[in-house]
Ligand binder design. Structure first.
Ligand code: ADP
Ligand code: MG
Ligand code: ZN
Length: 477
């Protein structure tokens, strides 16, 4: 029997507001435990929450960027439960009337395009963090309580780990562009829950699903899908049925294990939040948000192809991250050779980042420096290969290319006198090349140029060198 994997995702995204969703505590990550709290985010009796307007703005922008309908009327609800990491004992969320519904994201895997449906996006507050650090018990840090979140729920439209990864990356890319979240997965700003079931290929009805919570890297997402789909298929082949349950993914061990089954599922007794007014958005507001949206990755890619005549591949790579796209655009504004800039950004920059273990966000190179460097290559001050060395020096020292070229004496040798001496010497020692040239083999010129470049450590201006080589060789013919 042939099996098919069915995946639907729930994605939690922390919004990049300065203050929390219902109070004025800061949302900053990485502060001392339990310092960013107040009676409201601690859920003291009698306090009154006030919805942060920026949260509505960001949720609307995220919804528009993911092609959703924005509700003119939505409301907040209480999701009641005993949460050890949420002292209110209920999470303020949205239940039956979320702010966004019915979106879609187009993905492409192996050249095949496909739409992944977005069921809904709702606004909610984050819970605190449990720290299981001591044998005496667990500790709780409530700084994260009340940090605003959106939860994006997809249709069960994905059919492989690869589709899930491409979808997740695309959503991150789009949200990063809109600026509603920093999307830092290592800081928990973006967490993926994967619902997965197995069915017979082509079946009409889905199988029973399990849910793996809080995957926080694309790598663990792919590994978790691979492991869990294999586990379910083995169970089915044994004739067992899949139990609907929440499973925990252990990224170190590379296995998932049961956390709780559906039989223990909670009845959250959702009810409308009585302390908050509904969210009413008119068409003008939604239009204004649409206008406030920056250019999104897909549109940017198309524009790069048209405006800069870049190949589709280049446009795809450059727009795959907002940071790279911004760097590219700032450099093009200073030095109008898009394809050249693209080549250097795609080929030369990544290995240097990798060597220094930096991300593109932390790149020590400035657009002004890349523009200056390419200018030096173009006007012949330095060769392309010296340019690569200079780039590496800029990464390591932060100095401007001109300063490095000056200090290290890297400018190309165009001084004919000096070059002539070197070339005379080389030609004299290569009688075989002279024989070849006499026999009509023009390739020997290339060989001699290579020797000159080697002797000058790449600093000879190739054009000048070529002219002199021909002049010197002529004396032997
Ligand atoms: P619940 O209300 O129990 O959380 P939902 O209908 O909201 O269930 O679904 C939650 C997530 O699970 C959605 O992303 C959805 O696409 C996904 N999902 C639902 N059924 C399946 C299934 N049979 N296999 C895989 N994913 C599923
Ligand atoms: Mg759900
Ligand atoms: Zn607070």
């Amino acid at each position: 029997m042939e099996y098919e994997i069915v995946i639907g995702m729930e994605i939690h995204v922390e919004l990049q507001t300065k203050s929390k969703i219902f109070c004025s505590c800061p949302t900053e990550f990485g502060q001392d435990e339990n310092t960013h709290v107040c009676p409201i985010c601690l859920g003291m009796p009698g306090v009154l929450p006030v919805l942060n307007e920026k949260v509505v703005e960001y949720a609307t922008m995220a919804g528009l960027a993911l092609n959703c309908e924005i509700a003119h009327f939505s409301k907040m609800d209480r999701k009641n439960y005993f949460y050890p990491d949420l002292p209110k004992a209920y999470q303020t969320s949205q239940f039956d009337l979320p702010i966004c519904t019915g979106g879609l994201v187009e993905i492409e895997v192996d050249g095949v395009k496909k739409d992944i449906g977005i069921t809904r996006i709702h606004i909610e507050e984050d819970a605190g963090k449990l720290l299981h650090e001591s044998a005496d018990g667990s500790l709780v840090d409530v700084n994260r309580c009340g940090v605003p979140l959106i939860e994006i729920v997809t249709e069960p439209d994905m059919r492989s780990a690869e589709e899930a990864r491409v979808f997740a990356e695309k959503v991150r890319n789009i949200l990063e562009y809109t600026g509603v979240s920093d999307c830092k997965m290592q800081e928990g700003s973006m967490r993926f829950d994967v619902n997965l079931s197995i069915m017979e290929k082509g079946a009409k009805e889905y199988g029973t699903r399990t849910e793996m919570k809080n995957l926080n890297s694309f790598r663990s997402l792919v590994r978790a899908v691979a492991y869990e789909s294999k586990r379910q298929i083995i169970e089915l082949k044994k004739g067992h049925r899949i139990i609907q349950e929440t499973r925990k993914w252990d990224d170190t061990k590379g296995v998932s294990s049961s956390l709780r089954s559906k039989e223990e599922a909670h009845d959250y007794r959702y009810f409308p939040e009585p302390d908050l007014v509904p969210i009413v958005l008119d068409e003008a507001y939604i239009e204004a948000m649409k206008k406030a949206l920056p250019e999104l990755p897909e549109a940017k890619k198309t524009r790069y192809i048209e405006e800069y005549q870049l190949p589709e591949y280049d446009a795809g790579v450059l727009t795959a991250s907002g940071v790279t796209a911004r760097f590219f655009e700032e450099t093009v504004a200073l030095y109008n050779e898009p394809k050249q800039i693209s080549n250097w950004l795609m080929v030369e920059v990544p290995p240097l980042l990798k060597e220094l273990e930096l991300s593109m966000e932390e790149i020590p190179l400035k657009p002004t420096q890349l523009a200056e460097l390419l200018e030096l290559v173009k006007d012949g001050t330095i060769s392309g290969s010296i340019g690569k060395k200079v780039l590496s020096d800029v990464f390591k020292t932060g100095q401007n290319p001109k300063v490095i070229v000056e200090k290290e004496g890297l400018a190309q040798m165009s001084d004919t006198g000096e070059l002539e001496g070197i070339i005379e010497e080389i030609v004299k020692n290569q009688p075989k090349s002279i024989e070849d040239i006499k026999a009509g083999n023009e390739k020997a010129y290339g060989f001699l140029t290579g020797q000159v470049m080697k002797a000058t450590k790449g600093q000879a201006n190739p054009q000048v060198a070529n002219e002199i080589i021909r002049k010197v060789v002529a004396k032997y013919l």
